[in-house]
Design a protein around this ligand. Structure first.
Ligand SMILES: Cc1cc2nc3c(=O)[nH]c(=O)nc-3n(C[C@H](O)[C@H](O)[C@H](O)COP(=O)(O)OP(=O)(O)OC[C@H]3O[C@@H](n4cnc5c(N)ncnc54)[C@H](O)[C@@H]3O)c2cc1C
Ligand SMILES: NC(=O)c1ccc[n+]([C@@H]2O[C@H](COP(=O)([O-])OP(=O)(O)OC[C@H]3O[C@@H](n4cnc5c(N)ncnc54)[C@H](OP(=O)(O)O)[C@@H]3O)[C@@H](O)[C@H]2O)c1
Length: 549
């Protein structure tokens, strides 16, 4: 942190000659060609989701193959078909329960593995989806292995009779039916088209399937229930704990005895966007790169949506601390005490682009509710659940290149301020920060104008920060005057490979390239980072902030 960028050479050059190749061909590689984050759409309404990366695909393949191996390591020499089916039934049921444990842990926002392993919620969500598919297939196999024997014994009438009159079989059938329903409702086009409906039914059906599995384990004729009973109890406890953690966070962040509850000031902005500032009634520590789930009173209050935290301000109050040991515990005068600023409340700001659901309603309400033209906007009650993520620290990189498109600026802005302040304070190793922001029109600058003004006024900012703004559809190209050498504006889309090659040429220390914004932009940046790995062999890491599902 104390040495200049040109002396961070050890961190700049690769220590393992094979590392750039691994990054290029495995870690950062899309499955195929260039596409990863850009969604596959059959039509405007048919969204098929995204493709997993190459590393994710390898992990998923290993997971699927291992499940196949555990499933079919059976006594194939068994000549008794029914005894073989009993073995298959036991194996598939057990495997389904085994897989349910990570299935539930990885689905949670409060999954402790996110911070511990610094792996994003997005990746866990991908694993969750595949584990879910495997669990449903295993449960189906479990049911079929039972039904074949039952049909041979008593015909379909026997299956029906047991399903409706035997609690053990009935609960098993109910669990299977709910899991199959979950599978069908989570098919990509349905999930994308009706996300909120999908989410709510998913949660209810998951709850029903846990309850059915629990009853299934308890009502077995085995004394004390099936041996898998403690697992389903464990799964249920993890699920409930995660839900409680959310509620606790919500209650903690949004209510304080001294300052009441959270309110939000929602300002309509150009480009159908809102700038939203939440005033939390207590101090909340917020790291760069975090996001939170927001709810607003009167705007589909039952829904909560994730948004990146762009800007944070803390309100402080004077607190008197004792200076000497004698002061401690003594009601001494304030003159012998040290006055320090204690943070007591936090205001957190977001930029929210209007899509077609919750965000559109919020924008419409802000426009319709504006009474005072001099200060457009409305004040409404809101709730903040977070902060989540924030596990990618850029503090150790000599160079940080931050790409963003449109509202993706929110994610990058939090790093910008932190790195520039850290540079001035000597608390980060970063010596060069380049922000490349792509927007449709010039008016979008208004979204973040007060915060950008604050960043531009930070001490020693000119030594470290370079901003390149690309306006792809400027109404008036004459507006495109660069303010200075460190803040430049260009019309049209950026030439990402060229920009990145220039940064690699000027790289100080290790470099991190991050991107947040439209899928196509993220894929282009990923592609350029992979190309640079081959050319130079310096240390270039890549972080994509996204939600690919
Ligand atoms: C970590 C994270 C941070 C984000 N930060 C920002 C931000 O700073 N500013 C911003 O404008 N947008 C941000 N988004 C996107 C934002 O969450 C969605 O645009 C918003 O949820 C759409 O709500 P809607 O009901 O208007 O969507 P719809 O119009 O119904 O759908 C628009 C798109 O948003 C997706 N979507 C809907 N609900 C959710 C949800 N709960 N979670 C994720 N995606 C959803 C839909 O699948 C669809 O692709 C972020 C997303 C994530 C995952
Ligand atoms: N933390 C997060 O995950 C997070 C945070 C904030 C926002 N977001 C997401 O960020 C996205 C913002 O996108 P949007 O739909 O609002 O953006 P958009 O308006 O579609 O695009 C923004 C700008 O990016 C340009 N662009 C698009 N693809 C490009 C490419 N391949 N190369 C260069 N420039 C490109 C566009 O240029 P043209 O005009 O030429 O098309 C446009 O100027 C949303 O999907 C939002 O959900 C995510």
């Amino acid at each position: 942190m104390s040495i200049p960028g040109d002396r961070q050479h050890f961190w700049k050059v690769k220590q393992w000659s094979w590392m750039p190749g691994v990054k290029r061909n495995l870690i950062y590689a899309p499955l195929w060609n260039k596409r990863h984050n850009r969604e596959i759409r059959l039509s405007s309404a048919m969204n098929m989701g995204t493709l997993p990366s190459r590393l994710h695909s390898v992990l998923l393949l290993l997971y699927l193959v291992s499940n196949l191996a555990y499933m079919f390591a059976l006594n194939w020499g068994n000549e008794n078909k029914y005894s073989f089916l009993a073995e298959l039934r036991g194996r598939s049921g057990t495997l389904a329960m085994v897989n349910m444990v990570p299935l539930i842990i990885l689905a949670g926002r409060n999954n402790p593995l996110i911070g511990l392993l610094q792996v994003s919620f997005d990746t866990y969500n991908l694993l969750h989806r595949w584990m879910g598919r495997v669990v449903v297939l295993e449960v189906l196999l479990h049911m079929i292995a039972w039904a074949v024997v039952q049909v041979a014994d008593n015909g379909w009438a026997g299956v029906k009779e047991k399903t409706f009159n035997d609690r053990f079989i009935g609960s098993g059938m109910a669990g299977t039916a709910t899991l199959v329903a979950i599978l069908i409702l989570s098919l990509s086009p349905i999930r994308h088209a009706f996300y909120e409906t999908f989410l709510n039914t998913h949660i209810i059906l998951a709850f029903v399937s846990f309850a059915a599995t629990w009853v299934h384990c308890v009502t077995a004729t085995v004394p004390g229930g099936l041996p898998q009973l403690p697992w389903i109890i464990g799964i249920f406890c993890v699920w409930i704990a995660e839900r409680l953690a959310r509620m606790f966070r919500l209650a903690y962040c949004n209510w304080s005895r001294a300052r009441g509850t959270t309110t939000a000031f929602v300002e309509p902005m150009p480009g159908e966007t809102c700038r939203v500032t939440l005033s939390l009634p207590r101090y909340v520590d917020v790291q760069p790169g975090t996001h939170a789930y927001l709810r607003f009173s009167g705007v589909r209050s039952w829904e909560n949506h994730p948004f990146s935290i762009a800007w944070v301000e803390h309100t402080t109050e004077d607190e008197l601390l004792p200076i000497t040991e004698k002061d401690i515990g003594a009601a001494s005068s304030s003159s012998s005490r040290l006055s320090v600023k204690k943070p007591v409340a936090t205001s957190i700001s977001f930029v929210i682009g209007a899509q077609s659901g919750f965000t559109r309603q919020l924008y419409n309400r802000a426009v319709a509710g504006t009474a005072d033209r001099r200060r457009p906007g409305i004040t409404i009650r809101a709730a903040f659940e977070g902060p989540y993520a924030g596990h990618h620290s850029l503090d150790s990189y000599g160079t940080a290149v931050l790409f963003c498109g449109a509202t993706g600026i929110t994610h990058q802005l939090s790093y910008l301020r932190h790195l520039v302040e850290g540079y001035a304070d000597g608390t980060v190793a970063t010596r060069r920060v380049v922000l490349i922001w792509v927007v449709r029109d010039f008016e979008s600058l208004e979204w973040i104008r007060p915060w950008m003004d604050a960043v531009l006024k930070l001490p020693r900012r000119k030594e470290i920060l370079h901003i390149k703004l690309f306006v792809t559809r400027p109404k008036n190209p004459r507006e495109m005057a660069s303010a200075s050498r460190s803040v430049q504006m260009f019309p049209g889309r950026p030439n990402i490979p060229m920009l990145l090659a220039k940064e690699v040429h000027e790289q100080e220390g290790a470099m991190c390239v991050t991107v947040c914004g439209p899928g196509g932009l993220a894929d282009d940046v990923r592609h350029a980072v992979r190309s640079c790995q081959r050319e130079r062999g310096t240390v270039i890491d890549f972080v994509e902030e996204s939600f690919t599902w």
